[in-house]
Design a protein. Structure first.
Length: 279
């Protein structure tokens, strides 16, 4: 347990009790510190954003669990805000191994973490129903055994893997995950308001997280549907990559530097980070 983990967990629990809050996703210490300075109440890691920063794809097989845990610890140490870990599939298949890795993640100082039901394998992209539930139940038990009320989010990846019955599968699994002890439920990829509202009602009174990775839905619209938590996944990282890619391509293709007109101000960034650099 880190020095402020208990208070961060209490704050994170309270955020889930009412209203709707945004959980932005930094991918390194600098982005975490910036987001901490501008008014957000909690942060979450992004497996994709971190992987891209390492020149790797977003895959559970692309990085060792030790590297992921080091990253989670680094984000937790960079901010006093509650941090939720995007812990993918727990970097294990069997429930007992998921539990062991979840215990290690809790020790990094997180206020919450998510476990998903995607295997990372093309031939069988989702764990079968019973195993998926047992994995959530194992994560719940090890968190309870830690005596820390870390928020456990269970994710159904049916929309993201392109399941032909994504909504039906997500509804069934999220209800089962809630019954298995998940504190928060999450089906990344759901975008239709009626489907979002149905998920909220199906798992009530437990809170629901919705991913927003492109223009369209707003926080106020999602709050009106009963959503408690909104995250952006890799979107902030991809926005940064988009600006970088456009600027680099302009320089290479035309020898001009017009894209730099939209760059963050040096003085502004330096000012944000000055306090962190002082000894």
């Amino acid at each position: 347990m880190t020095s402020n983990q208990g208070s961060a967990i209490a704050t994170f629990q309270q955020l889930h009790e009412s209203g709707c809050f945004v959980l932005p996703n930094p991918w390194d210490r600098g982005t975490a510190r910036y987001l901490s300075q501008i008014g957000f109440k909690a942060l979450a890691t992004t497996s994709a954003g971190f992987a891209f920063s390492r020149g790797l794809p977003d895959s559970v097989t692309a990085m060792a669990v030790d590297d992921v845990l080091d990253h989670v610890r680094d984000i937790c140490e960079s901010t006093s805000l509650p941090v939720n870990a995007d812990f993918q599939n727990g970097y294990a298949d069997e429930p007992e191994n998921v539990a062991a890795n979840v215990a290690r993640c809790v020790e990094c100082g997180v206020a919450g973490l998510s476990i998903e039901d995607a295997t990372g394998r093309r031939e069988s992209p989702l764990y079968e129903d019973r195993l998926a539930v047992e994995r959530v139940r194992a994560a719940r038990k090890v968190i309870d055994d830690s005596n820390l009320a870390v928020v456990l989010t269970a994710r159904c990846e049916a929309f993201l893997i392109g399941h032909p019955l994504a909504f039906t599968v997500a509804m069934d699994r999220l209800v089962a995950f809630a019954d298995a002890g998940a504190d928060c439920l999450y089906a990344p990829g759901v975008r239709q308001p009626d489907q979002i509202e149905a998920i909220v009602q199906a798992v009530a009174p437990k809170p629901v997280n919705v991913l927003v990775g492109s223009p369209g839905l707003t926080v106020s619209q999602l709050a009106g549907l009963g959503v408690r938590r909104v995250s952006v996944g890799s979107a902030l990282s991809r926005a940064a990559w988009g600006a970088f890619m456009r600027a680099a391509q302009e320089i290479n293709d035309s020898g001009t530097f017009n894209s730099f007109a939209d760059a963050g101000g040096f003085a502004d960034l330096n000012q944000v980070f000055t306090a962190f650099g002082e000894k």
